[in-house]
Design a protein around this ligand. Structure first.
Ligand SMILES: NC(=O)c1ccc[n+]([C@@H]2O[C@H](COP(=O)([O-])OP(=O)(O)OC[C@H]3O[C@@H](n4cnc5c(N)ncnc54)[C@H](OP(=O)(O)O)[C@@H]3O)[C@@H](O)[C@H]2O)c1
Length: 340
């Protein structure tokens, strides 16, 4: 077994945070730890935020990224759940495995703040913070699940209780959005997809979109949503945009409908006018990724429905900066993956 593994770290310099590749000595395993050979990792919009601000709580030298999949390489002396060769992925929050969310779970997010993430050839984690990945998925496909997949599942199914025939408004064609589209289509709901690109919208129809709207050529997309639902509005709205989209999301939601507050694609403020939510008897659900139990439930659903995540591009470990640039360009449709 190799003694050193290659790793990327976010290093603070005069020009802000820079990604630097280095070697890392093999960490000793505690009794309940497992060592994972990482075969693939994936990027999320969240991974761009430390470079962009305004949140700068990143520890100097942090290993970034939350999402990976790999094979168990070695187990600690007291490990009972896993054996060498098992195919696993770490959960986004090491502290949130099941039950309701608690405030202190937030500080256990992989690859953010001060907790090292997964952009490494090998990682060591306690045995209880990984789940088995679906048998029908490759490592690259499974590496897309921990953040984007679990967030869409938590929002639509666990909190949203999405039912057959309900309408779901989905913003964009990035990672969370396409998981939401695939899950909603498999449930028999009616996904409405917004995108800046007609070409991407065509591909969304291929994945089961019921209706589509180009938000560039039709900036009053809330009106389009009302028109296509005969004035009723969407039963579920995945709010991914933030300040520039929230008021139109509220204008798009049905009476008694559910808005899942998830994204910050257009920034972090200001707060929208919430008064219309009251007159719609609508609900706003704050969504913060999800638990290990949510991840396992998502995996069972993906296996049952033979759903494969949509990968836009795969980069090698040496092409990490290009992978970040590609995600930042917004050209992608689905997930950006790194193969190790
Ligand atoms: N709360 C949570 O737990 C949680 C978890 C995961 C992600 N998030 C957040 O959710 C958002 C999406 O994350 P992601 O990783 O899926 O991002 P992503 O893969 O980078 O997707 C970005 C896509 O969003 C679309 N978009 C951008 N601006 C838009 C706008 N004004 N209106 C509608 N669509 C727009 C674009 O799609 P087109 O190219 O089709 O226009 C763009 O390609 C981010 O803000 C992220 O921070 C939150």
């Amino acid at each position: 077994m190799q003694n050193d593994s290659q790793v990327y770290r976010l290093v603070k310099g005069d020009d802000g945070l820079q990604l630097k590749k280095s070697s890392q000595a093999k960490a000793a395993l505690r009794p309940h730890d497992i060592r994972i050979q990482v075969h693939a990792a994936s990027l999320n919009y969240r991974d761009l935020l430390p470079m962009r601000g305004p949140i700068d709580d990143t520890r100097d030298g942090l290993i970034p990224l939350s999402d990976a999949a790999g094979a168990v390489l070695e187990v600690g002396s007291a490990v009972t759940r896993w054996k060498v060769g098992d195919r696993v992925a770490p959960t986004f929050f090491s502290g949130w495995q099941s039950g309701p969310f608690k405030k202190d779970h937030l500080a256990t997010a992989l690859g953010g703040g001060s907790i090292d993430g997964v952009l490494s050839e090998q990682i060591v984690v306690p045995e209880h913070v990984v789940v088995e990945i679906p048998a029908h998925l490759s490592y690259a496909e499974a590496a897309t699940l921990p953040c984007a997949g679990v967030t869409a599942w938590h929002a639509l199914v666990e909190r949203g209780g999405l039912k057959i025939g309900e309408t779901v408004l989905i913003q964009g064609t990035g990672g969370v959005a396409l998981f939401a589209l695939q899950l909603a289509a498999a449930i028999g709901a009616k996904p409405i997809v917004l995108s800046s690109s007609d070409q991407k919208l065509k591909r969304a129809i291929g994945l089961g979109a019921w209706k589509t709207v180009n938000y560039r050529t039709q900036p009053d997309w809330d009106q389009a949503v009302l028109d296509m639902t005969r004035g009723a509005g969407a039963d579920h709205v995945l709010e991914l945009g933030g300040p520039d989209t929230f008021e139109r999301s509220i204008a798009s939601v049905a009476t008694g409908g559910k808005i899942a507050q998830i994204g910050v694609l257009t920034g972090f403020g200001p707060t929208p006018n919430l008064l219309p939510v009251q007159f719609l008897n609508a609900n706003i659900h704050g969504i913060c990724v999800g638990s290990g139990a949510h991840f396992s439930a998502l995996n069972r659903f993906l296996e049952t429905h033979r759903i494969k995540p949509v990968i836009d591009t795969e980069f090698t470990f040496d092409q990490i900066p290009q992978a970040y640039d590609h995600l930042a360009s917004g050209q992608h449709f689905g997930k950006v993956v790194i193969r190790l």
